[in-house]
Design a protein around this ligand. Structure first.
Ligand SMILES: Nc1ncnc2c1ncn2[C@@H]1O[C@H](COP(=O)(O)OP(=O)(O)OP(=O)(O)O)[C@@H](O)[C@H]1O
Ligand SMILES: [Mg+2]
Length: 222
């Protein structure tokens, strides 16, 4: 089985501006945090992983092939932008559109996804009545219902208070995925991952052990 994320000399350029420059990286850890200053290329990297952004040059593979939206799930920081249907059940089911599943299959997949994030009892609720934390769980369920092997979350806790941040962190780490990639400015959250990658102005400044990478990142502000 192919495993992990591999980038070979990947450069991403937007209208002459280089967002990522010659990135070589191999990630096999079960969970990986991506840290770095605003504009350092974290979201560009995250979007490369599910094919939303294509490398301008270089090679990229996720689980041994070019990334596809069906194998790599994505969660954004603002769940309001991901909600498309009136109720929680319908919203998660919407992610299965085009999968040609029976009604029963849809129901069991949606219930499993809502159960995995702990909001099954909210399935008939109106999405817009949910709290920010519950909306973020809904966004994770909508990504998970497609049963992705890799989940990428771009600042999934930015809008949340500390208890909800911890709750989302626990849920994310327990999801049945091969690999979790977590972009975050929250260094406590980053420290919950097995590996940390620090992006700095489009290049990797350091990657590896969470403790030493985060310590060095903090030190760079002294
Ligand atoms: N679609 C785009 N078109 C043009 N420039 C872009 C695009 N996406 C990103 N950029 C530029 O690429 C650079 C890296 O942006 P990116 O969003 O990856 O940073 P980031 O590390 O996620 O920052 P933040 O912490 O603020 O979210 C920035 O200079 C940004 O303006
Ligand atoms: Mg970003």
């Amino acid at each position: 089985m192919s495993f992990g994320i591999k980038l070979e000399a990947v450069t991403v350029e937007f209208d002459g501006h280089i967002a990522l420059s010659g990135i070589n990286l191999e990630l096999t850890a079960k969970s990986v945090a991506i840290i770095g200053a605003n504009g350092s290329g974290k979201s560009t990297f995250a979007r490369l992983l599910n094919g939303l952004v294509k490398p301008t040059s270089g090679k990229l593979s996720v689980l041994g092939k070019s990334p596809t939206v069906s194998e790599v799930g994505f969660v954004f920081s603002n769940p309001d932008l991901q909600i498309v249907m009136p109720t929680v059940f319908e919203d998660v089911a919407f992610s299965l559109t085009g999968k040609k599943l029976s009604k029963d299959e849809v129901r069991s997949r949606v219930e499993a996804a809502l159960g995995a994030v702990g909001i099954l009892e909210l399935q008939e609720s109106n999405c817009h009545t949910l709290s920010s934390g519950q909306k973020q769980l809904l966004a994770i369920a909508s990504a998970m219902v497609r049963e992705p092997k890799v989940l990428v979350a771009d600042e999934p806790t930015t809008l949340l208070d500390l208890p909800n941040t911890k709750h989302i962190s626990n849920i994310l780490h327990e999801l049945p995925v091969q690999q979790l990639v977590l972009v975050t400015h929250d260094l406590d959250l980053a420290a919950t991952c097995h590996e940390v990658v620090w992006f700095d102005r489009g290049v990797i400044r350091k990657s590896g052990n969470p403790k030493s990478t985060i310590a060095e990142y903090r030190k760079s502000f002294d």
